[in-house]
Design a protein around this ligand. Structure first.
Ligand SMILES: Nc1ncnc2c1ncn2[C@@H]1O[C@H](COP(=O)(O)OP(=O)(O)OP(=O)(O)O)[C@@H](O)[C@H]1O
Length: 462
């Protein structure tokens, strides 16, 4: 149980162990458990704390964690406390959780390397795992996402372990009570802005009453997904051997012969490994549909990579600097969300520009229908309607008709929360989103409120 740590693959603790110590309840309990065990085993313990710079209380948390380690050190084996300050300033619309998580793991890895620790323990428990599984399911994830968190994984020369991943949250709570451990409360854990908090505070209480085994069985489902993801990866690697051509491209005939699910599976691996970024489900769907037609074509993939279909071969190429300012910047790995809640300037630094939103008398979109919008790269195949009464046509065609030069065609496409294309730099608002402001408008456009126009502006070259 929580009073003793599970073994690590049957081995004793290594001579040096690090615990990722936020000062919260779970990592306080884990650090305490490791400290008690380490004293008996003569293991050197390091507590690694990351100060994200996001909360006004972060200084106090760091001081409290440091003081806690000092107190325990006086009573037994020493705990070496390390802290790293990040000072994150996420751009508007960016996922604070995702940015903080990525920066946190990088800081933990740096600290662990600096003190010579190859094992870092994280205090996630069974409910954390179940929540991760559900959140992934609610995002429409496949096997790799549903696999949630691994109990242990080697990354960057460090073994990241979650020894309590199968332990019920209640067991950790009981441990904390038994040893009367004080801990910090992160006020952001109560904010409904974060999906995990909404799930934890609003959904989980009802779910666990209706399904008392929820945490346990969802953890089991995550382990099934881990197996499935491993099998899919092995299959993709085997298939890649059969479809790869000597120059690194893929044989389209051989791809087609695999059938659609295996074709998407192998493309997912090839695109991820080739570009360093995961391919979206939408891109994979589009590609598998277009490859079945055997037409030459070029598609822009996120992060500045381009896919070309030539002479029966699919090639992945990095777009050159020759594309100029219009090229999709390398840092755009995923669609970027912006919350448009009024007129003004909404910067999108990852795209080296921003959206100007202005109130207009007629011809704009109702402000109330905007809310969250998504900035996405062109993937190819989009349809755009230039004016009411004209048919929607391929975006490429519309650019040609409007005389938009090639270098100006790679700005972000702006979509609304339902996935409707709203705005294209160089072309303006899609007529389907505008409706008719004199009456007879599209139903969603009639609200009697403010109407706004959108303009994409690249940042001035420095
Ligand atoms: N700021 C941080 N510094 C060091 N480790 C952290 C930090 N935030 C999270 N971790 C590690 O990641 C685990 C899971 O993170 P999560 O955000 O769920 O935890 P928490 O709410 O900060 O607190 P806890 O899990 O300790 O109750 C933590 O248990 C801890 O091991």
């Amino acid at each position: 149980m929580a009073g003793s740590l599970p073994s690590f693959g049957g081995e004793a603790l290594p001579p040096r162990v690090a615990v990722a110590f936020s000062g919260g309840r779970d990592s306080t309990a884990l650090l305490h458990a490791v400290w008690r065990l380490a004293g008996a085993q003569g293991v050197e313990v390091h507590a690694l704390h990351v100060h994200h710079g996001l909360s006004p209380n972060a200084d106090a948390w760091e001081s409290r964690c440091r003081a806690q380690c000092r107190r325990w050190s006086r009573r037994g084996a020493p705990i070496h406390f390390q802290a790293s300050r990040l000072g994150l300033a996420p751009p508007p619309g960016a996922s604070i959780e995702a940015i903080a998580r990525e920066a946190r793991y990088a800081a933990l890895a740096d600290m662990a390397h600096a003190v010579g620790c190859r094992l870092v323990l994280l205090a996630h428990h069974a409910q954390d795992q179940a929540e991760t599984f559900l959140l992934q399911a609610l995002r429409g994830a496949g096997a790799a996402g549903l696999a949630a968190m691994p109990a242990q994984i080697e990354r960057g020369g460090i073994l990241w372990c979650r020894p309590w991943l199968a332990l019920p949250r209640e067991a950790v709570e009981a441990y904390v009570q038994r040893y009367r451990l004080g801990h910090v409360e992160d006020e952001s854990n109560a904010s409904p802005v974060f999906a995990r908090n909404r799930l934890r505070l609003e959904v989980w209480p009802a779910l666990s009453v209706a399904f008392p085994q929820a945490a346990k069985v969802l953890g089991r489902a995550a382990r099934h997904a881990q197996d499935a993801a491993a099998c899919l990866d092995a299959l993709a690697r085997a298939d890649l051997q059969t479809v790869a051509r000597p120059g690194g491209g893929l044989d389209i005939g051989a791809l087609r012969a695999l059938g659609e699910p295996r074709l998407r599976n192998v493309l997912r691996l090839w695109l991820h490994e080739g570009s360093g970024h995961p391919a979206t489900a939408a891109l994979l769907e589009r590609l598998s549909a277009q490859l079945s037609e055997d037409r030459p074509g070029t598609w822009q993939v996120v992060t500045g990579w381009q896919l070309r279909c030539r002479r029966g071969e699919l090639q992945l190429r990095l777009q050159g600097a020759a594309l100029g300012r219009g090229a999709v910047p390398d840092s755009v790995a995923a669609p970027l969300r912006l919350r448009i809640d009024g007129a003004g300037w909404f910067p999108a630094p990852a795209w080296s520009g921003g959206l100007q939103v202005d109130v207009v008398a007629c011809g704009g979109v109702p402000l109330s229908t905007l809310g969250w919008v998504e900035l996405r790269p062109r993937l190819g195949g989009e349809q755009f309607q230039r004016a009411a009464g004209t048919p929607p046509r391929a975006l490429k065609k519309q650019f040609q008709l409007a005389g938009v030069p090639a270098w100006a065609r790679d700005g972000p496409l702006v979509y609304d929360a339902r996935g409707q294309l709203l705005y294209v730099p160089g072309l303006g608002l899609d007529a389907r989103a505008v409706g008719d402001c004199e009456g007879g408008a599209a139903p969603e456009a009639v609200d009697g409120g403010l109407r706004v126009g959108l303009t994409w502006r690249p940042e001035p070259a420095s």
